[in-house]
Design a protein around this ligand. Sequence first.
Ligand SMILES: *[C@@H]1O[C@H](CO)[C@@H](O)[C@H](O)[C@H]1NC(C)=O
Ligand SMILES: *[C@@H]1O[C@H](CO)[C@@H](O)[C@H](O)[C@H]1NC(C)=O
Ligand SMILES: *[C@@H]1O[C@H](CO)[C@@H](O)[C@H](O)[C@H]1NC(C)=O
Ligand SMILES: *[C@@H]1O[C@H](CO)[C@@H](O)[C@H](O)[C@H]1NC(C)=O
Ligand SMILES: *[C@@H]1O[C@H](CO)[C@@H](O)[C@H](O)[C@H]1NC(C)=O
Ligand SMILES: *[C@@H]1O[C@H](CO)[C@@H](O)[C@H](O)[C@H]1NC(C)=O
Ligand SMILES: *[C@@H]1O[C@H](CO)[C@@H](O)[C@H](O)[C@H]1NC(C)=O
Length: 487
Amino acid sequence: MMKIRSHRRAGIYNALLLVLFAVILSSCGKKANGRRFHHGEDYFEYSSINCRAYAASLTEFGGIGDGITSNTKAFQDAINYLSQFESYGGSILFVPPGKWLTGNFNITSSHFTLFLHQDAVLLGSQDESEYAVIDPLPSYGRGRDTQGGRFVSLIFGTNLTDVVITGNNGTIDGQGQIWWNKFRNGSLQYTRPYLIEIMFSDEVEISNIVLVNSPSWNVHPVYSSNVVVRGITITAPVRSPNTDGINPDSCTNVHIEDCYIVSGDDCVAVKSGWDEYGIAFGMPTKQLFIKGLTCISPTSATIALGSEMSGGIEDVRAEDIVAINTESAVRIKTAVGRGGYVKDVFVKGMTMKTMKYVFWMTGNYGSHPDNNYDPNALPVIDNINYQDMVAENVTMAARLEGIPGDTFTGICISNVTIGMATSAKKLPWNCTNVAGVSSGVTPKPCSLLPEQEGLSTCNFPTDHRPIREVNLRTCSCKNKLFKRNGL
Ligand SMILES: *[C@@H]1O[C@H](CO)[C@@H](O)[C@H](O)[C@H]1NC(C)=O
Ligand SMILES: *[C@@H]1O[C@H](CO)[C@@H](O)[C@H](O)[C@H]1NC(C)=O
Ligand SMILES: *[C@@H]1O[C@H](CO)[C@@H](O)[C@H](O)[C@H]1NC(C)=O
Ligand SMILES: *[C@@H]1O[C@H](CO)[C@@H](O)[C@H](O)[C@H]1NC(C)=O
Ligand SMILES: *[C@@H]1O[C@H](CO)[C@@H](O)[C@H](O)[C@H]1NC(C)=O
Ligand SMILES: *[C@@H]1O[C@H](CO)[C@@H](O)[C@H](O)[C@H]1NC(C)=O
Ligand SMILES: *[C@@H]1O[C@H](CO)[C@@H](O)[C@H](O)[C@H]1NC(C)=O
């Protein structure tokens, strides 16, 4: 009985696939009439964590790339259709050259790739009705901008395995100006949408795309694991509100590599929930690896840890970083009531020019979701290591403010040369409620970080790359990929 049933089901499935096959074939590779697609438009190669068996183009689902017509339905129809191939080698949705206006759409299947041609521009709709209102994140208890719900991100996905957003550096333009105005003039009813939010997912890749003018945060992997963000360019006006670059939030094993970010807020902001909500949810961000980051952010940090860190942040390693005209290099932001911890942070190999501070720790960041936070929930900040850095034109070398009765401990700073600006503050280091050591640092650190004899380096982990390697495959979209392998 079971057998017959499943057999019949398979038969129906195959019949369905046959019907769908015409659409699939005409999408990419060799056309049904034998004509080859133009190179670069319909045949493409790329590297990714996983290749796909089936492909389709947005235009097959009624997409119109005129910059005026809404493509929300075309995107969602295309993705829903391609979801059928989830268990048959996965699928890729190709977005061809054009200006594709769209509101929110969701990635609804695992083993899915969204691929943007280099001349494809997704234009985020400025119409609020194009973004459903969804529940606040459980670890935040409310939206960041407002109490209550939040507008779903432009591209949203949850409970997925193996999802990729990539391209030949095609663009996603959030058209954020109208949202920034609403934020500033207090007319937002809900929290602004992000450009990309992937939640409760495993194996996520976001690579080789350009993100501009996000309404708020750009890339937000949350409650996810094995996340790769590679070769992306993010730009927003340096005065735009909360346009953080990449925000790993309660995630495990995240690689951020070769990214270039100009923004109005932190280039990378590492998070894990907010006060009592984050403590209750209890999901840390851990095993974060950042390599090859260039940041310009005059009002914010290159790498911020917090301020929402109530689920904990641990095992952060960062290297090969350039910061220009940026407020600080690494900033730990926390507050009484946050609870959680920031520990085992290792940053080395930073080159900086024109910085307000190199090192900044803020124990009184404030900013609570509501008044129900626990005043006894003190954050633990421990084992924070900075090494092999050079900075020029710096206003103040370090401003390190722990919490009275909750000293930030285990700070180690070694082999750091900071060239002060002519207009520099008289006191290059100002430290309160912190403890640690230093070695080979100029200008001479504060007395709470005394020079330690015989210390040549901080205690960096010696294993070269503790976090799982990212294996990239070379994928191409061509004829043979559309055969019904294995069916
Ligand atoms: C995307 O998912 C959210 C959350 O489930 C939902 O509210 C919204 O309607 C979905 N968007 C579309 C275009 O279906
Ligand atoms: C997504 O996964 C989370 C965590 O495992 C679970 O709590 C939630 O119910 C799932 N949501 C859906 C829509 O499956
Ligand atoms: C995309 O941009 C990155 C960063 O600028 C660059 O390294 C990469 O070569 C570009 N890739 C393509 C396919 O153009
Ligand atoms: C706030 O800004 C939005 C977007 O520019 C505008 O539509 C709205 O009229 C403004 N509201 C107020 C109260 O100024
Ligand atoms: C040094 O920094 C100041 C801002 O503090 C800036 O105005 C000036 O242009 C910088 N000088 C150089 C040489 O970059
Ligand atoms: C000190 O840091 C610089 C980079 O800023 C690096 O080139 C140099 O090798 C380091 N010195 C030691 C002794 O590790
Ligand atoms: C040093 O930091 C402390 C604590 O934040 C502050 O009260 C004090 O004014 C600072 N001193 C100077 C000279 O900036």
